[in-house]
Design a protein around this ligand. Sequence first.
Ligand SMILES: NC(=O)c1ccc[n+]([C@@H]2O[C@H](COP(=O)([O-])OP(=O)(O)OC[C@H]3O[C@@H](n4cnc5c(N)ncnc54)[C@H](OP(=O)(O)O)[C@@H]3O)[C@@H](O)[C@H]2O)c1
Length: 246
Amino acid sequence: MKNWIIVGATSAIAEAVCRLWAVRGYRLFLVGRDQSRLDTLGKDYQVRGADAVHSFVMDVNDFDQHAPCWQAAEQQMGRVDGIFIAHGTLPDQSACEESVQQALTEINTNGLSIVSLCTLAANQLQQQGQGTIAVISSVAGDRGRQSNYVYGAAKGIVSIFLEGLRNRLYSKGVQVTTIKPGFVDTPMTADFDKGGPLWASADQVATGIVRAIDRGRNVAYLPWFWWCIMTIIKHIPEFIFKRLSL
Ligand SMILES: NC(=O)c1ccc[n+]([C@@H]2O[C@H](COP(=O)([O-])OP(=O)(O)OC[C@H]3O[C@@H](n4cnc5c(N)ncnc54)[C@H](OP(=O)(O)O)[C@@H]3O)[C@@H](O)[C@H]2O)c1
């Protein structure tokens, strides 16, 4: 039996992960902003075989709700085996350049809310002596680029924070898995020209996420070839990188 909290449960990638976990008979605690959408998803997962599905309405930027959310999950499921964090927004980069407030809101949603949730989760799971923290970061967090550095900076916070958390929790029996997808065809990328070999479906990425968690992976680039692409990008010397239109 596995009892999972899923934050950002209405994300296309999270939905695809939950469909796989439902078939395994897991208990799911869905966290999102839209109760009716959570109800619809919950019914679908139960039909697919989930042992039980609960829900909690929360905007992740309402940090005061993070602890009550964890407590509600513990109450409903008895114990929490893992937390999977999948919420996110793709900011309008030029709006973030013009507005400090906009930039900070995006950093809050994509970075600091995850710091808060993972700090709570780490302390609870450490006490328990086992559990998993799995979070969707992004390849965008590996290097800042002019086209999306606010999003990239927030994802960079997430990746580095999880790296430290993994180091802290290794000896405490808690697994920390960082997921770094490339381009995924979801509502988040609705305005992009899609197609081509670099694009993956939410189902493909979800299969990779479930496998990475099952295998206790530290960092999973999804699909795998993004590891090669990002290794090259990370090694371009800064005096060249700053001249590129990326
Ligand atoms: N798609 C890609 O190419 C790609 C690539 C790399 C990483 N990622 C990451 O993958 C994760 C999942 O994204 P996706 O592609 O599945 O996108 P998606 O379908 O657009 O899902 C985004 C989710 O984030 C939730 N969300 C946004 N702001 C929130 C807030 N303040 N409070 C609570 N929930 C909030 C949305 O909730 P509502 O339904 O209420 O709006 C939605 O469920 C994100 O972390 C994203 O950054 C995506």
